[in-house]
Design a protein around this ligand. Structure first.
Ligand SMILES: *Cc1c(COP(=O)(O)O)cnc(C)c1O
Length: 417
């Protein structure tokens, strides 16, 4: 017989949450920074650690949102609940500009507007089964891993922080930071290009190999393209749908957070091709678009009309030029970081088609030692590579999201070391 301790609550919690390695990376950075500032209250810290943008919202977006607010204040222009999938005028400009203009066969109906890629990348697990074998890269954007832990798709974490049941695909300089195809079978694969944290981008050939693999194994690729706007090299694919066959095996996540500074405004979208199918437990072929549409209609009430008007303005002539300027500004920061660090004798990766520079720490120096070194000697805060996974050990991430003055000052201090 089950005996319930009278002092314990009866309601059960999701025990999967107890497996999480208590958000080790950013709290630990905060702790070390706090200790440092307590001991050095006069120090002028420069934070090149976080993946948040710093430049203000583009004017085109602000103007469009102000107009939308005024519309909402009129009898005729007021809007209540919008379509859960997003307004068709926004889905149309997205399909046309981001996909059809690149030769990708993506229709407006295949675009689902949302309030963020972070939520989309985790919500998608709602419509996928618990039996899937899941592959993530190492290092990785931690959200992909933690959301699977929360959903009960893993066992416990090992000493090194790797969860039982996940297939980790190491990425390093040895494979140009593009994972090799898995040697054991997997059903669901998370890929992020341009990559956070390494700043790497897969070439057509590399991405084609992944699409071929997924099609052959009938696996699904979750392709996170949150940083596609930062690609400078014309030969690199921006969307996985530039690869033949991707409509049969890939979902793509896009966000306005990084290209248009929407991290605090919140708007993103997910592409679910109507041709995409999965398998039910009783071996029927199930349309994934139908499931996601059902999921969104039930659990989501759409993005604010005002914000969607702001997002639409990104695709206007002024909007396009303003976001180009934003991206150029951050990429110039990235280039300043790359040049200065290379000149200081460090080996650097990324930063050419992504706002992140991925630095090899000097021989024999761990990611965390390098963090302490830069914090203490240059008062610059970065992110230890090992925080993104065991294979990130020996690497360090600097972000290009900061003011020009801060970037230049940080580089001056590092060069002086
Ligand atoms: C910043 C970022 C996103 C965007 O998330 P939002 O929720 O849309 O702000 C998605 N993926 C990665 C890897 C990111 O770094």
């Amino acid at each position: 017989m089950l005996v319930i301790d009278p002092i314990l609550p009866v309601v059960c919690v999701n025990d999967n949450y107890l497996k999480l390695k208590a958000g080790y990376l950013f709290p630990e950075i905060a702790r070390r920074v706090q200790l440092f500032t307590q001991a050095n209250p006069q120090a002028d810290l420069i934070r090149l650690g976080i993946g948040d943008v710093t430049e203000p919202l583009p004017e085109a977006c602000r103007v469009a949102m102000k107009v939308a607010i005024d519309e909402m204040g009129t009898e005729a222009g007021f809007r209540g609940y919008g379509p859960e999938q997003g307004y068709s005028w926004l889905r149309e400009v997205i399909a046309k500009n981001d996909f059809q203009a690149r030769g990708c066969d993506v229709s407006p109906e295949e675009i689902f507007v949302s309030d963020g890629s972070k939520c989309d990348s985790t919500n998608i697990l709602d419509i996928l089964g618990d039996q899937n074998r899941i592959a993530v890269t190492d290092p990785v954007y931690p959200v992909y891993v933690d959301s699977n832990v929360m959903a009960g798709h893993t066992g416990d974490a090992s000493e090194s922080g790797q969860y039982q049941g996940l297939v980790y695909l190491p990425i390093s300089a040895a494979n140009d930071f593009v994972a090799q195809l898995p040697s054991k079978p997997v059903d669901l694969i998370y890929l992020c290009f341009p990559n956070n944290p390494t700043g790497a981008v897969a070439t057509f050939d590399q991405l084609s190999r992944w699409v071929e693999y997924a099609k052959e194994k009938k696996a699904l690729i979750l392709f996170d393209a949150a940083y596609e706007a930062f690609i400078q090299d014309e030969s690199l694919p921006h969307s996985i749908y530039e690869i033949d066959g991707a409509r049969d095996c890939a979902i793509e996540l896009r966000s306005f957070s990084k290209n248009a500074g929407f991290t605090g405004t919140r708007c993103a979208f997910t592409v679910i091709p109507k041709t995409l199918t999965g398998r039910s437990l009783d071996d029927r072929q199930i349309n994934i678009w139908d499931l996601w549409n059902r999921r969104q209609s039930t659990k989501f009430n759409g993005v604010s009309y005002i914000v969607q008007r702001g997002a639409e303005a990104i695709y206007s002539l002024e909007g396009k030029s303003q976001i180009r300027n934003l991206v150029d500004f951050y990429m110039e920061n990235a280039s300043i970081i790359r040049t200065n660090l290379s000149d200081s004798g460090l080996t650097v990766y990324g930063g050419e088609n992504a706002p992140y520079v991925w630095i090899k720490t000097p021989e024999g120096i761990s990611s965390w030692s390098f963090f302490d070194f830069l914090l203490n000697k240059a008062n610059v805060v970065g992110t230890p590579g090992s925080g993104f996974g065991a294979s990130g050990e020996g690497y360090f991430r600097l972000s290009a999201f900061n003011s020009r003055d801060n970037v230049e000052l940080a580089m001056k201090r590092i060069r002086a070391l």
